[in-house]
Design a protein around this ligand. Structure first.
Ligand code: FPP
Length: 229
């Protein structure tokens, strides 16, 4: 593809249903989801997509069973520990969206590995991967506006945009959500306002690079007018 979108967002949905359909525990679906993510990342790097964002864990996901939550936390920790060298070798810059402060419910180990992955890839110049962990769109807007209010800063499009977790990152051009659900579930409500939305019934563990190319083909047929005639 000659001209891929500048920023592609992914809501990686359907891991649980993928596992249930195979008589496996939900966590097996999340593990298969990580494999899918790995293949997608390789493809995005190959296509030289400048920015890609992934919804990995929402502020609402704490409401899942303790077993699933701790399993997901362990997956995140292992992923950003074991895959960091490979991601660095691809010249990937990692950034994280969401609340990762000491007062957040994230385990300290996950907070530490997030900080390390961010710091150790800070000077990389390739694809920027934005990973949303303990992220909620309302939460992000509340944190940003509160910070501006505390500093006595006038709220404008520019100051608010710069106070969001995505500061300095262009808005997504294309959002892909797998598993047939057609909603944003709190993912980047400010940033996705003019984004083209692509929904596919394919479950995330089955979403291959070929499926990404189908979505990119669809994207080329869209005429983006940004509200203008
Ligand atoms: C939604 O499927 C998926 C999640 C809540 C977690 C996504 C996480 C991963 C793919 C793995 C961890 C990520 C990284 C970056 C290492 P669901 O459980 O809601 O599926 P369902 O709707 O079929 O139940």
């Amino acid at each position: 593809m000659n001209n891929p979108p500048n920023h592609i967002s992914f809501i990686m949905d359907g891991n649980g249903r993928w596992a249930t359909a195979r008589g496996l525990p939900r966590l097996a679906g999340h593990k298969a989801g990580v494999e899918s993510l790995n293949k997608l990342v390789e493809e995005l790097v190959k296509l030289q997509v400048p920015y890609a964002s992934f919804y990995a864990f929402s502020t609402e996901n704490w409401g899942r069973s303790a077993e699933e939550v701790s399993g997901l936390m362990a997956l995140l920790e292992v992923y950003f520990t074991h895959e960091l060298a490979r991601l660095k070798a691809h010249n990937i810059r990692l950034r994280f969206l969401g609340d990762h402060t000491a007062t957040s419910p994230l385990p300290q180990k996950v907070r530490e590995i997030i900080q390390r992955a961010d710091a150790e890839t800070a000077s990389n110049t390739g694809t920027v991967l934005l990973i949303a962990i303990n992220y909620g769109g309302h939460d992000e807007l509340l944190r940003a506006t509160q910070r501006l209010a505390d500093a006595g800063t006038k709220i404008t499009t520019e100051t608010l945009t710069a106070a969001l977790d995505t500061a300095g990152i262009p808005n997504p051009d294309l959002l892909i959500r797998t598993s047939g659900e057609q909603r944003l579930s709190g993912f980047m409500p400010w940033q996705l306002a003019y984004t083209e939305l692509y929904f596919t019934p394919t479950l995330w563990p089955d979403f291959t690079p070929a499926a990404l190319h189908e979505a990119l083909e669809w994207f080329t047929t869209r005429q983006r007018r940004f509200g203008k005639a």
